[in-house]
Structures are given as C-alpha cells and as structure tokens.
Design a protein around this ligand. Structure first.
Ligand code: ATP
Length: 304
C-alpha cells in the first residue's frame, strides 16, 4: 500500500512530559484519516511536528515516502496543505486577496487558480467583504482555500468542525468529501465530534497519552461496531481464555458479563466454552457507535 504519511516511534517531549510517545501511524494514499483522541492526547502536537513547526525528540516520519531527515522533505511538505488550530487568514483582506497573498508566499507564479479555489470552497460570491466579517464556517473554508493554494495532494485539518453550526458542518463535510473524491486529496482530520467523523473517515487512528491505541479502517470498524454481542456467562475468566485463543475482541464487564465484538460463530463459541465448563446464560446483539468503541478503547469520557 502507498502511504502519504507514516510515523515511526515518533516521540515529542516537553521537559520530561511525553506529548507523543513512540507513535506509529500509517495514512494510506486517498484516505480520509480520522485522528481521534481526548483533549491533550497529542493530536495537535503530531500535526505540528509533521508540518515542520516542531522538531521530534525521537523517532521519524515520512511524507510521501520521504523521511523527515532527508533534504527533500521541504519539497515533500510542499505537497501538503494544513489548517492547524485557527485558520491562517488575514482578517482585513477579502477572500480573493487572502488567496493571492498565499500565492505570493508560496511563489506560485500566477493567480489563475484563485477563482477556481474560491468557487470550490463556496466563497466566490464574497466580493469586497473582509474575512473578519465572515461567519466561522466561511473563515474555516477560507482557511482550507488558503491551504489548497499550491495544489496539495495531502490536506491536514486540525479540529475543523469545532464551533460550527449545523449548516457550517454540512458545508464543510461536503467540501472535504469533494476534495477527497473528486480531487483525490488525502485528508488527515482530527476531531472530537465522532458522529461527524464517522460520516467522513475511511480510516481511523485512535491515540491516547501520545501513543497509538488502535489503527483501523472504516470497513473493519463497521464490522466490529455492527456486531457487539452482550453475553452473560457462568465465568468470564473462561470466556476470556476462549476468546483470546480465537483472537476475538471483547470487554469484560463483570464476573459474569462481557461484550464480544466482531463477527464470530455463536455455536462454535458455545462448544468451546462447554470444554471450559462455562455456560452461556443469555446473549443479545447490540449496535456499537464509534463513540462507544472509542470509550472502550481508551476508557472514560472522551472529553475528560
Ligand atoms: P486538544 O484536543 O485539547 O487540542 P490535543 O490532542 O491536540 O488536545 P496537544 O495539544 O497535542 O493535544 O497536547 C498534548 C499534550 O502536550 C498536552 O498535555 C499539552 O499540555 C502538552 N503540550 C503541548 N504543547 C506543549 C508545549 N509547548 N509545552 C508543554 N506542553 C505542551
């Protein structure tokens, strides 16, 4: 598989504190990669390091196959556009002038792409209106427009949905999907708003305390989430032994209850449990949301 971004044991320390702790992620070309983590998990730090705004303490990363220590990393980074924290826009300029300014900064020789980018992000009718008078959604889309100058094939968006109203969220979602599907731009998007992320992401990286807890494609996640069976058994210790042997994911809830994830054959499980002198008392299937999956992975409220 071709990857746009990989990190290998990437570590970023502030004093003794590890904001990134041996983080290894893999973003396939063409993906919309949802980076999920609680506040302080290290999402922005990862993005800042990859954008070259901070140096890693240890470990490495590669953009489009070019390692961060290679001389050509600057060239690779030019294939990337990013909106980190707040959009980098000039509030006293119009949308058009913001894009022209970015052309100058990047050394793009003409302004020919400006009208197309404005149209793409839905800001082609804003005329003389200054960015400071834009809605939050418009500012966010202008930030993305600025990131699109230079024709990147990898776009990084740090919490782009934060603070947007429902209409703003829909517009941004449609824009991200369009950039990905029509323009084949790979997108890394960090977000707390998991329901929304679930409508976009083709892959997920769940991070906690600076390290990767799980990396999974949306298809794999669908399989896991679609099927969660709540089991009541005579011994969850025996159940855990059987499930471990079969490589099936589960979560023990008490001495007698557990959630079992993914697709598995219940009849086979009954037989295997019988060999361990364990009976199933009851079972029922339940749907699991992305949010529940995340909470099960990292524990607690996802915003604490
Ligand atoms: P949020 O969703 O709240 O933005 P995050 O996952 O983006 O969280 P980071 O901003 O990457 O998290 O921060 C990760 C940890 O690193 C936090 O505990 C933060 O306090 C710490 N941290 C980040 N930048 C610095 C810095 N410059 N100096 C010291 N600590 C820092």
């Amino acid at each position: 598989m071709e990857y746009v971004l990989t990190t290998h044991n990437l570590t970023k320390k502030y004093g003794k504190f590890k904001s990134l702790d041996e983080l290894s992620i893999h973003i396939p070309k063409g993906a919309i990669y949802g980076l999920v983590g609680k506040n302080g998990a290290g999402k922005t730090t990862l993005i800042r390091v990859v954008c070259g705004l901070q140096e890693p303490t240890k470990g490495s990363y590669s953009i489009c196959g070019v390692k961060n220590t290679a001389k050509s990393i600057c060239k690779s980074r030019r294939r990337m556009g990013a909106v980190v924290e707040t959009p980098a826009i000039y509030m006293d300029m119009t949308a058009e002038d913001n894009l022209k300014q970015q052309c100058l900064i990047l050394g793009v020789p003409t302004y020919d792409s400006v009208p197309d980018i404005l149209k793409l992000v839905g800001l082609n009718h804003t005329g003389k209106k200054k960015a400071r008078n834009f809605s939050l959604g418009m500012k966010q889309r202008l930030g993305i427009a600025v990131a699109l100058v230079g024709n990147p094939d990898f776009l990084i968006l740090d919490e782009p949905i934060n603070g947007l109203d429902p209409q703003g969220i829909i517009e941004l979602r449609e824009l991200i999907l369009k950039l990905n599907r029509e323009f084949q731009i790979t997108v890394l998007i960090s977000s707390h708003i998991l329901d929304e992320l679930a409508r976009l992401a083709t892959h997920y990286g769940f991070i906690d305390k600076g390290h990767l807890v799980k990396e999974i494609s949306a298809d794999e996640l669908d399989n896991v989430c679609r099927k969660c069976v709540y089991l009541e058994v005579t011994s969850t210790a025996a159940l855990a032994r059987v499930l471990d042997a079969e490589g099936i994911e589960y979560e023990i809830l008490s001495d007698h209850t557990a959630n079992v994830y993914g697709r598995f054959n219940l009849s086979n499980l009954v037989l295997s449990l019988a060999k361990e002198n364990c009976d199933i008392i009851s079972s029922h299937e339940q749907d699991e949301s992305l949010e529940n999956y995340f909470i099960n992975l990292v524990g607690g409220n996802h915003n604490d």
